[in-house]
Design a protein around this ligand. Structure first.
Ligand code: C6P
Length: 404
């Protein structure tokens, strides 16, 4: 039974006030809040078994190593990777994408093509532009329509035997659109291209199955799904990860080091140079346990209710326009009030205790498409309520009255 009021008890931060009002946290697409069980995991680690991993024979080091590797297994199971060594624990989505973009320097030549979608976060644009600068490869873009959906017929025309790599997000952070990644992957594979899916925004809402998707790389951040910041994952098919060179050199990623030559460790350690975010990795595992116990089907069904309710209520405000109106979207509502800057709206609703994100959401090309400086973005999570949406609607009306 999904009981939002019971779930809210798990999140200590939801009890606080902001500017004398109960906090309404609608910035979940930026980062999610942390349940007590994840906070307890972090406290337990630093209170009882804080040690470096894979290095010591002493008890604390072994306990920390075991817990870290258990967490890797949880990530493997959650994403249904075939092997745990296909899961690289990174500092987050941005780090994961940079590992692949840097590695592909060795596989691209002048004139090769790589394809990105128009709906990307800067993290899934800039590393590939840097890759093009290094290799002479050409970046092509799948355009979008007014609803915030990709033009898949144009995608068909962009694919050719020159295409080496396709990368898109699973769900857009700025608009909430769910992209047809199954079709994107299948078509890319038909011309021999590899695919990277940025799952930063999908993982809080759905449970991806990387084997069923047959995707080459899938990346995500723990902090979007109730885990801590500074930790995330990179899934890569073994055959790709074996071929790709290490991203960073240092401790832990080696097999043998002499001044003449170094040989590298096997997977996953080849991509995990230096002391990782040990506590973060273990807490990532605890966050996945927490979300799986609630159940992703329950989460998706409830968030759909919030999305439908919020969309209807916000659209009752005259002069309010929603950006991203695909039928296939998650609980993100990006909007503007006519002739009012999103920053001003965000500032007023914050005074009323409501946290939304304003600006370009690290997705400037989307804002350029709509010819706007940014939007107000309310992103709902499974611990939000319809009463909180009512509070947002009243706050936006108030902002409109004050700013018009
Ligand atoms: N989007 C948002 O407010 P990191 O910072 O590495 O954990 O995630 C980057 C990232 C990559 N791809 C997508 C689709 C994302 O949404 C994000 C993070 C946040 O929308 C913070 S900018």
């Amino acid at each position: 039974m999904f009981d939002v009021h019971k779930i809210r008890e798990d999140f200590p931060i939801l009890k606080r006030e902001v500017n004398g009002k109960p906090l309404v946290y609608f910035d979940n697409a930026a980062t999610s809040q942390t349940p007590q069980v994840v906070i307890d995991t972090i406290v337990d680690y630093y209170s009882n078994y804080n040690a470096n991993i894979h290095r010591g024979v002493h008890t604390l080091s072994q306990e920390a190593t075991d817990a870290y590797e258990v967490a890797r297994k949880k990530v493997q199971q959650h994403f249904n990777a075939k092997h745990s060594h296909e899961i690289i624990l990174t500092s987050g989505t941005t780090h994961s994408i940079n590992i692949i973009a840097t590695g592909f320097t060795h596989f691209l030549a002048e004139g090769d093509e790589i394809i990105v979608s128009a709906l990307e976060h800067h993290s899934n644009i800039v590393p590939w532009q840097m890759l093009c600068d290094r290799t002479g490869a050409v970046l092509k873009v799948i355009p979008m329509n007014e609803e915030g959906e990709l033009l898949m017929d144009v995608y068909d025309t962009l694919l050719s035997d020159k295409t080496k790599l396709v990368f898109t997000n699973h769900i857009s952070n700025a608009l909430g659109t769910i992209n047809p990644i199954e079709e994107i992957i299948e078509k890319a594979h038909s011309v021999g291209a590899a695919v990277l899916i940025d799952g930063a925004q999908s993982c809080p809402h759905v449970k991806p199955d990387v084997q069923a998707l047959d995707v080459d790389f899938y990346v995500a951040s723990a902090h979007k799904l109730c885990g801590p910041t500074g930790v995330g994952m990179l899934y890569g098919k073994s055959e790709w990860l074996e071929k790709l060179p290490p991203y960073q050199g240092g401790g832990e990623m080696i097999e043998q080091v002499t001044f003449e030559k170094t040989t590298y460790a096997g997977l996953p350690h080849k991509f995990e140079a230096g002391t990782p975010n040990i506590c973060g990795g273990i807490a990532f595992g605890a966050a996945l346990d927490y979300m799986n116990a609630i159940g992703f089907d329950n989460i998706a069904a409830y968030e759909k209710e919030l999305l439908d309710y919020g969309t209807k209520k916000l659209l009752e405000i005259e002069g309010l326009k929603i950006y991203g109106t695909s039928q296939n979207k998650t609980s993100v509502i990006s909007f503007n009030l006519e002739n009012i800057h999103p920053y001003d709206v965000g500032t007023i609703v914050d005074k009323l205790g409501i946290a939304v994100r304003t600006g370009h959401h690290c997705a400037q090309p989307i804002m350029d498409f709509y010819k706007i400086p940014g939007t107000v973005r309310a992103s709902f999570s499974f611990y939000n309520t319809k009463e909180e949406i009512d509070a947002l609607v009243e706050a936006v009306k108030r902002a409109k009255m004050m700013l018009s």
